[in-house]
Structures are given as structure tokens and as C-alpha cells.
Design a protein around this ligand. Structure first.
Ligand SMILES: Cc1ncc(C[n+]2csc(CCOP(=O)(O)OP(=O)(O)O)c2C)c(N)n1
Ligand SMILES: [Mg+2]
Length: 319
């Protein structure tokens, strides 16, 4: 599928919405509206949006605890997402899941997961369902660079490969696992090189370029849908914020952060839309205004939503 002007517009709008959504989350966290821990995906919007642009609504997805952007890009209603974060009844899990547990099967979001690497076997199961039922769906599992040494992760990739499952293993390599640099955890230069060990194609892509991410994901999705099996995609990205709110970032330099900030797709993509795709400054401004208005509505919806009733405390809770 070639991207039309409207697709590009939607991609930029979604990237900007995720950015504003996450900034608002940090504010709500600091003011005590959001409890628990919060791992913003600030800086990683382009890889989630580029990947999800290649998916159908009924395709399956599992994502990480840094997965707000992944879930929103897949189609989770941002009002339900924010209400969930604020613990309200109108949230996607009626306020009982919170930040690391967004779920909405109606748009294929099988769940964020706080356990590193745990989404991969779940996505393999979803891909197996799609294969057995011949539905043409694919599954995508997002994970960080920190997941690639997990045992369950290796099992998932191997099973997907031997059964030619329709799945995309999408690694957001942001160079750090919490406070540990990837170069201290893995000896190979490119994580995508590991794909060869399972017998599947592996590709590394600039995760700050949503169009490049879209292209490689689209190719992987097409291969998966026609029975060609899994693909490993490594998107090089960077979080412009700490690992979580409260991280004072002693493990990286201000210069390194500044280098990536200069390439921030939230600033560079609209410039590209103007220079390469004929968008006008006015169109870009209109998108920004739309997002501001939408964000205000999202926050108000969440703040004005009721709390779950105490009588429902054990409903849908498994223990
Ligand atoms: C199985 C498991 N081990 C350890 C942790 C603690 N932990 C939470 S986040 C994290 C870092 C994961 O890094 P990465 O996969 O690169 O994702 P990123 O935070 O960079 O998005 C770790 C080790 C965990 N949640 N689950
Ligand atoms: Mg990481």
C-alpha cells in the first residue's frame, strides 16, 4: 500500500498526539492523579506509528510497559486510555489496569506487559490462532532491546520460525535497558543479526523515520499474510525522557540526549511533510491545533469520569 497524503497527515497527527498524551501523563503523575509507576515513550513515537500504519485494525498486538504510544497507534481510544491511567470506570479496563496494562481486544491490543519479553509468546499464540483459523491476521509484538536475552523470548522466536507463523517481532532498540547500555548486554552490533539464528529475515531500520519504519513493517506484514513466516525488525530509537518518572539519568550524557533531540521526529517530520510531500505550513499548524483541542478533551474526559464503584472491586479481577 502506498501512503496517501491523508495517511501521512494521520501519521503525523498520531505521533503528535502520543507526544502530548505522554507529556500530560507526566503532569498527571507529578500532580498525583496517576499513581504507580510511569514509563513514558517520549521520543519513541515514530517507530510505533510507522509500524502500526502497516497493520489492519483486527491484527493482533502485544506491547510493553512503555506501550502507551503503541496501543494508541493501534487504535486504542485515547480518552479510554487516559481514564484508565487515572483509575476511572470509563478506562479501557474499567480503571483496574493502569499504566502498564492497557488492553482493548476490539482493536487487537492484547495487552501491555510489565514483564520484560513476556509479550512475545502471547503474540506467538495469537499468530498461531490466525494461522489455524486462516483469518489472514498477523500479530506484532513490541519489545525493547532488554528483552532479547530472555528465555521465553528465544522460545517464541524459534516456534514462530519453525511453524512459519504470521508474526513480526518488533524491537524498539532505544540503547538502554533501564540504566544499562545495550553494548554491555549484547556482543553483536546489530540485534537484527540474531534473526539468522532462528531462520527468519532480520532488518534494522531508523526508528526516527516513520516512513522507513512503515516500509519495512509493510514488507514483513505482506510476507506474513502470504504464509512467508516471521520477521525480526530492529528500530533504532531513543527515549528523550528517563526510564521512568523519577529517573535522574546518571547513566547517559546530556550531549547524547541533545544529539537525539536534534533529530526528534516530532520536529523533523512536519518539515519533511512540507519539503517532500507538499504540505503547507498552515496544514501543519491546523494539525497541531486539532491535537491541542483533542488533548484538552481527553484530559477533561478522564478527570470528569467516575471512579469504579467499591461493589465492583473483585469484578474481572483474577486472584
Ligand atoms: C522479566 C523481567 N526482568 C526484569 C524486569 C525489570 N525491568 C523493568 S524495565 C526493564 C528494562 C527493559 O529494557 P528494554 O527491554 O530495553 O525496554 P525499555 O525500557 O528500554 O523500553 C527491566 C530490566 C522486568 N520488568 N521483567
Ligand atoms: Mg531499551
Amino acid at each position: 500500500m502506498t501512503l496517501e497524503q491523508d495517511d501521512l497527515r494521520q501519521m503525523y497527527k498520531m505521533m503528535l498526539l502520543i507526544r502530548r498524551f505522554e507529556e500530560q501523563c507526566v503532569k498527571f503523575y507529578l500532580s498525583g492523579e496517576i499513581r504507580g509507576s510511569l514509563h513514558p515513550c517520549l521520543g519513541q513515537e515514530a517507530s510505533a506509528v510507522g509500524a502500526c500504519a502497516a497493520l489492519r485494525q483486527d491484527d493482533y498486538m502485544t506491547c510493553t510497559y512503555r506501550g502507551h504510544g503503541q496501543a494508541l497507534a493501534k487504535g486504542l481510544d485515547p480518552k479510554e486510555a487516559m481514564a484508565e491511567l487515572l483509575g476511572r470506570k470509563t478506562g479501557c479496563s474499567q480503571g483496574k489496569g493502569g499504566s502498564m496494562h492497557f488492553t482493548d481486544p476490539s482493536v487487537g491490543v492484547l495487552g501491555e506487559n510489565a514483564i520484560v519479553g513476556a509479550g512475545a509468546p502471547i503474540a506467538v499464540g495469537a499468530a498461531m490462532t490466525a494461522q489455524l483459523d486462516k483469518t489472514g491476521q498477523v500479530a506484532v509484538t513490541f519489545f525493547g532491546d532488554g528483552a532479547v536475552n530472555q528465555g521465553a523470548f528465544h522460545e517464541a522466536l524459534n516456534l514462530a520460525a519453525i511453524w512459519d507463523l504470521p508474526i513480526i517481532f518488533f524491537c524498539e532498540n532505544n540503547l538502554y535497558s533501564e540504566m544499562t547500555p545495550i553494548k554491555d548486554m549484547v556482543k553483536v552490533e546489530r540485534l537484527a543479526d540474531r534473526a539468522a539464528a532462528y531462520g527468519m529475515p532480520g532488518v534494522t531500520v531508523d526508528g526516527y523515520d516513520p516512513l522507513a519504519v512503515y516500509e519495512v513493517t509493510q514488507e514483513a506484514v505482506e510476507r506474513a499474510r502470504r504464509g512467508g513466516g516471521p520477521t525480526f525488525i530492529e528500530a533504532m530509537t531513543y527515549r528523550l525522557f528517563g526510564h521512568m518518572v523519577g529517573d535522574n539519568e546518571p547513566y547517559r550524557t546530556k550531549e547524547e540526549v541533545a544529539e537525539w533531540r536534534a533529530k526528534d521526529p516530532i520536529s523533523t517530520f512536519p518539515r519533511r511533510l512540507i519539503d517532500e510531500f507538499g504540505f503547507t505550513e498552515a496544514e501543519i499548524e491546523a494539525i497541531k491545533t486539532e491535537v491541542e483541542t483533542e488533548m484538552a478533551e481527553i484530559s477533561q474526559f478522564a478527570l470528569n469520569s467516575p471512579w469504579p464503584d467499591i461493589s465492583e472491586i473483585a469484578t474481572d479481577v483474577f486472584a
